[in-house]
Each structure stands twice: as structure tokens, then as C-alpha cells.
Design a protein around this ligand. Sequence first.
Ligand SMILES: [Zn+2]
Length: 395
Amino acid sequence: MFDFTVDATSGRARAGSLTLPHGTVETPVFMPVGTQGTVRALSPNDLRSVGATLVLANTYHLHVRPGEHVVATLGALHRFMAWDRPLLTDSGGFQVFSLEGFRRVDEDGVEFQSHVDGGRRRLTPERATEIQWTLGADIAMAFDHVVPGGADEATARDALERTLRWLARCAQRHRELADGRTGERAVSDGAVVRPSARPPIRQTLWPILQGGAHRALREEGVRRILDMNSWTGLAIGGLSVGEPKPVMYNLLEAVEPRIPSPIPRYLMGVGFPEDLVAAVERGVDLFDCVAPTRNGRNGSAFTPDGPVNIRNAEHREDPRPLDESCDCETCTTFSRGYLRHLFVAEELLGLRLLSLHNVRYLIRLAQDMRAAIRRDAFGPWADAWRRRYLRSGSA
Ligand SMILES: [Zn+2]
């Protein structure tokens, strides 16, 4: 049920198929981010129309509001958000560590202040695993300790060690839940995980590699994660958090050869087109990022010739589509001039149309990369892609 097969390679780039309870995902793949159980401004039909196969939802946000038991009462996350294809939930670690305001980390977990009602809450490896089990996504992520990109070695070492100890606790709790050994065990906030609240379909748990920008820590972290268990996937976290891009690329080059080929590699939070190409070139299979929807709502669109800001006056009377090569609803229906008008007039449709196009752009980019890998022509494809995308100098 959690099978991954590498179908083709070209250099280090890989094309594969990831089989999950709710369907098969062809890789490389870009996952749109549904922070609060919705990819902002897009409906499930929109997501299907742009070829989304795997969507990410956010454990922290769904725990704080509406609460995982509300989601479970309404049929678990797939039913709740009406998405019948595969889902991945992140663990909440990244959100808890990026929140402004109160936060206290100890060996047991993290105490933090809810951004919704200001109340004190606590997440532990066990709680994060229970919440994700209750939500019922196909893939759950381990609860990790995230440090800023510029963290010194001692800080990064401390976070790596804690993340590894927490990983063992997540894996233990996940095994208990998967074995049905939930009983009526009270959990830390007084809620109870009842067998009836368990989704009928099983879920897999992926570890997250930390280690900051320190190569030796990353290499050691991979080895220790792999020694711990036979995982069905492995995520690389804590990158694209402010470190220079060459640092990220060098770390990927150091880490990737140490991960056995049948394990899919998920680079968390990376989603600018040039980063996707560079990471696939270095053996990464899965990505997620809020960039396509966030930038889309700001009027910034990805195109094969680099980013375009649709608000610019030059588009006022432009009859051309946003991206002549794109098959999305936005590009097959509307002119740049009309899209600019929507943004200038602050119409909601503009936000939806640019979000839709940007998600389609990244999904198609992943599909194009997959096709190039299957032709064993990834290198020349990537060179040609970069020549065109970076030519404008605005990217
Ligand atoms: Zn489009």
C-alpha cells in the first residue's frame, strides 16, 4: 500500500510511482499546500483540473481550528475537505517553531500560544502523531525540532538529536495506533483517541532530516534515521529557510546518495521553479510550497520566461494569455489585460485565476521533468529550461 518504484533515471534525476491508499502519485511531483484544509481560493475540482495528485494539509492549523475531533466527526480529512486523492499532513513542527510569540521547548515537546485564541497549547511527538492519525492522511510526518537556517553547529546538533529522539517516540506511537492498540488512552490535552475515531485506511509515517546547514550533521542524521527503521519515505526539512541557495544544493548532493534508491525523498517547503529543477537534478522526488498560491494572490505568475507581475501597466491592453504554452482555465480563457484589470479592480476572481495557473505551472513543470527523465534527457532539458526561464534576469 506504500510502495515506491523508480521507473527511470537520468543522471541523479528519478521518475517514479508512489502507491498510497488513496491512489498512485507519479514523481517528481509538486504538492499544493492546503494549510487549513483548503488550497487557498481553489476547490477540489480546480485541483483536479490542474492535475494535482497529492495535497498537503497542515496539522498545526487543523488542530488549532477546527480541532482534529471535529474533522474526525465529519468523516476524517479526505471527506472533510472533499479530496479523494492522496493527502499528506505535516507534523506541526515547522509552524510551532516559526510562530511569533510564546514558545517553550523541552524534551517532552513544545508549549506554544495558539495564533487563533492566544491559548497555551502543547504538542509532543505522541500528540502530533495522534492528531495526524485522527486526521487520516495517507502520509504523516514526524514531529521535528526546526532551527533557523543560520543556526550554529551546537544549536543544529541539539535540534538534530532532539528530532531523532522525537522520531523514535513518533514511530512508537504510530505503531501502536496502526496496531489498534489505542484503547481509551487519555492524551495530554485530556482528549481521548477512541478506536471509532480511527480512519479505516492505514497511514505511513515519514521521518524528517534536520541538521541546519551543517553537512556532517546532515550526513550523520540520514545514517541514524535509516538505522532506526525501514521507512517508506524520507523528508529533508529545515532547508530554504534563509540559507544561500548553493548551501541547499550542496547539502542535497551530500545527503541524497546516502538514501537508498527505493525511498522517496521529499524536500519540504521548496517550490520556486528554479529550485524544483535544481532539486530534481539532485535526486529529489516530492515538493511542497505555498509560493504558487501566495505569489498568485499578489499578482505574480510563473511563466516559462520567468515570473510576470500582472499588475504592471505593460499588460493593460495585452490580448495574449498569461502563458501561451499553458492548458489551464486561466490561460485558455482570459487575456493578460483582463487579468490585470481584475487585480487593479481588486476582484476575487483574479486571486483564484493566478493561483490556479501557478499551481498548474508547477505541476506541469514536474510532469515535464518526468518526461525528460524517461527520455534520459534530463540534463539537456534542464539547460534549455534554465536558458529560457532565467533569461529575463528577473527570476
Ligand atoms: Zn495557465
